[in-house]
Design a binder for this molecule. Sequence first.
Ligand code: TPP
Ligand code: MG
Length: 549
Amino acid sequence: MNRTAARILVDQLVVHGVDTAYCVPGESYLTVLDALGDSPIRLVTTRHEAAAANMAEADGKLTGRPGVCLVTRAPGATHAAVGIHTAYQDSTPLLLLVGQVPRHHLGREAFQELDYERMFGEMAKWVATLDDAASVPELVSHAFHTATSGRPGPVVIALPEDAQSDEADVADAAPYHAAQASPAAADVDRALELLAGAERPLAIVGGGGWSEQAGRDVAAFAAASNVPVAASFRRQDYVDNGSHAYAGMLTLGLDPALARRVREADVILALGTRLGEIATQGYTLLEAPRPAQTLIHVHADPDELGRVYEADLPIVSGSPQFAAMLRPVDGSARAAWVEEARADYLANLRHGEMPGDLQLAEVMAHLRERLPDDAVITNGAGNYSVWAHRFYEFHRYGTQLAPCAGAMGYGVPAAVAAKLRHPERIVVCLAGDGDFLMSGQELATAVQYDAAIVVLVINNGMLGTIRMHQERNFPGRAVATDLVNPDFAAYARAFGAHGALVERTEDFAPAFEEALAARRPALLELRVDPEAITPRQTLTEIRAGASRR
Ligand SMILES: Cc1ncc(C[n+]2csc(CCOP(=O)(O)OP(=O)(O)O)c2C)c(N)n1
Ligand SMILES: [Mg+2]
């Protein structure tokens, strides 16, 4: 039976298990939209393509399957690009479907034409153009396999307007199976031998393609073998933070004790992580290219091994596949090493007093106690996130949605996607005053689709992160970092959400309960003192320190 290419495409999405897609409609892909209209896929209309792409990215992080996003030609594609870049850096499976000019206009710089292969060439694993209706099952199957196999990442398919209505009689593809390498037994033996012989071993977990079981396997191995485990940047939910061997995360605002521990380690097992710029503090904790520590580097993508670091034992493997092969080794001689690492981590959870009536650390400590293990925490970029990362604890995989790529504007869309995926869970978005307004319009999407998220806008009246860097590098000179903000609670209420202002620490807990009880999207503006720029130092202290240099 003949079907249009658009219908075949949508049927393939269903075959591959897609149940939700995020879009901003456009006239360039009407035929595909129409085919979606009577498919079982829930199509979520967002208010900006960056948000649509970020929602798809977050969904990909949550499910391990490609999140799906549809946008129109160049204006939609360029808006969506930030989500594609995040998916690339965060190793998240994602499929972007983007409208394209009719084939006979290609190359004319027709209306809103862009060459997506060039545009997305550096931030997608694969960019393709739909040309032949009969090849659509193969094209889409290839896209799903590419997005999920090896190091996961984004794939882009361009949809020329005229090609969408071409017809063909072709069978559907079979559902995709992501392919991952497993380690050779001899390599696992050698890795365990190195770890058994170490005096001060350390595991660092991160990267894409993780699983809840991988977290359990690593935690069990680490506790039984006395190997402390650190999470890399924004991968804090990979291993239960309550487990005995968990030693903290390699993040911005890194705990100096953990930094010391990485430097002092004699054997490092890097599992899944690329050992990126943030996790290695600018490639210094492990010196590039030849670290002082013996390095076992396990990664799903052979191209990552030896790219920066010369590993003593490079192993091509998916993280769950490697974790499943771990067997306890005798680490009884180094019990103290693990206990110290754990004590340092717990000490770093304690906070001191910072200026202002609203102590962000206490808010985070409250959330740590109050929220169930399955609550999802999202954020974008900004110094406020340092509190969230440091003072919150994660116990289950899939509860932290935070862009490793560091893009502002991620938190609200990610929260909406999380709430639609897990309506029964509490979803809290943390956003800065700058960060929030890069995607605050998505409160409309939250209201429209009944996604009762709670957004905490941490308002310090500035782009605080950049101000901090200015005070360090150009003390006393704040350029372009002050913000005049709207009344955030009123803004939320204008969307039909619950909105309230919190100015003192003691008012937070009741305001948070009220926000949850509202059973609709809610926003709390947390007004904080701009002096409280990090949990360790005030703005004045940073300026004074820099002036003395
Ligand atoms: C899309 C994007 N634009 C710019 C930046 C650079 N940047 C990083 S943090 C930041 C300021 C964030 O301000 P705010 O959300 O108010 O958080 P604060 O640092 O004040 O806590 C900026 C501009 C970025 N990371 N992403
Ligand atoms: Mg701010």
